[in-house]
Design a binder for this molecule. Structure first.
Ligand code: KDG
Length: 348
């Protein structure tokens, strides 16, 4: 497995908003429907994400809305919520389980708290490129993990893309392994992420995305890690000075639907939402890749210092996190992990 890894690098407030109908960027056409249930002839799908309305993730949701509304002839209406208006990733997934929200699109890291096997996609330095990630996620092993969500009352419809994550901080440029020493870094709420950053020497602290900007602004954390699009579009340049191309983890997004809601749909409606989630995935991935390419220079223009990680230092980082990967490979089950490694090798 180690060999492959080496090859591999190379709010609740919103519930009130919904109830009051005050969200500004939601669909307009369905004031009468609520709770994803049939009201007259119309079904409402409330889709919430953590990122803001400029992010390709939200543009993907808008595409999903367009496709579903058009293909259902208005029988299904999608309301889109951004910036954690419906809560953080965990609370939205819980709402899906309960059937009080219909769609959310979290990163795989918080999904692993529901189905632990999803952690495999967050192994540091796993995917060598987005294209390889697409093949693995859209292939048998990715689809098998989406299936597993059903045990948790969730239906995984597609993988979208968050992308390669990069570290930012307010203290110093990260150029070599030792530069992580003692940095307080926010991570997503996922044990593997925490242990990986400890192995790099940092002092990681798990936090919901919705808390992150304020935590950096108030100095509760020195830094964080996210793809360039998020770093730029969420305005982190205002509170962070340094960015490095650590590319340490590739984050997929999981487009998921409430199983109680999905089960109540007709077969035709199920097909419409499935197809729309998949088609919107292609659209979202393209926009996301463009954004992640474009926004590094925007971050520099906004005053951040960019530091490149040399291949030698990247190898040192890969070696530092290897024991963590080995530990989680055993916990998750070597069969699934091996299947992922095999799929990566086949895709290369
Ligand atoms: O909508 C998804 C976001 O809430 C989240 O998953 C973004 O990468 C993310 C993070 O760092 O929490």
């Amino acid at each position: 497995m180690k060999k492959l890894i080496r090859i591999g690098w190379v709010s609740i407030l919103s519930v009130m908003l919904v109830a009051c109908g005050t969200s500004n960027e939601t669909s307009q056409g369905n004031e009468s429907a609520s709770n994803g249930e049939a009201n007259g002839d119309v079904l409402t799908i409330r889709a919430g994400i953590g990122l803001n309305s400029e992010h390709p993730q939200y543009k993907g949701l808008e595409k999903f809305k367009e496709l579903v509304e058009e293909r259902s002839g208005g029988q299904m209406v999608v309301e889109t919520y951004h910036s954690g208006q419906l809560g953080d990733d965990r609370s939205m997934m819980e709402a899906l389980q309960l059937g009080s929200q219909e769609v959310t699109v979290p990163s795989t890291a918080p999904v692993a708290n529901f189905v632990s096997e999803f952690s495999v996609f967050d192994f540091p330095f796993l995917f060598p490129s987005s294209d390889v990630a697409d093949e693995v996620l859209d292939g048998d092993v990715g689809q098998a993990l989406l299936q597993k969500l059903e045990e948790q009352n969730l239906v995984g419809l597609a993988f979208w893309e968050n992308g390669f994550r990069n570290v930012t901080n307010s203290k110093r440029p990260i150029e070599m392994l030792e530069d992580f020493n003692g940095l307080t870094l926010r991570t997503m709420e996922n044990d593997l992420h925490l242990e990986a950053f400890r192995a790099l020497g940092a002092n990681p602290t798990p936090m919901a995305f919705t808390e992150l900007f304020t935590a950096m602004q108030q100095g509760t954390v020195d830094g964080q890690e996210n793809p360039y699009a998020t770093i730029y579009l969420e305005g982190y340049a205002e509170v962070q000075n340094h960015v490095s191309n650590t590319n340490h983890i590739y984050s997929p997004f999981v487009f998921m639907m409430s199983k109680p809601f999905f089960d109540g749909l007709t077969e035709e409606q199920q097909e419409i939402v499935r197809e729309a989630a998949l088609e919107a995935s292609q659209y979202q991935r393209e926009l996301n890749r463009e954004a992640n390419e474009t926004y590094l220079s925007s971050l520099e223009e906004a005053g951040m210092t960019y530091t490149e990680i040399s291949e030698v230092e990247r190898m040192r980082m890969i070696e530092a996190v290897e024991p963590v990967i080995d530990k989680y490979a055993e916990q998750i089950g070597t069969d699934i992990v091996q299947a992922v490694y095999d799929a990566i090798e086949a895709a290369q």
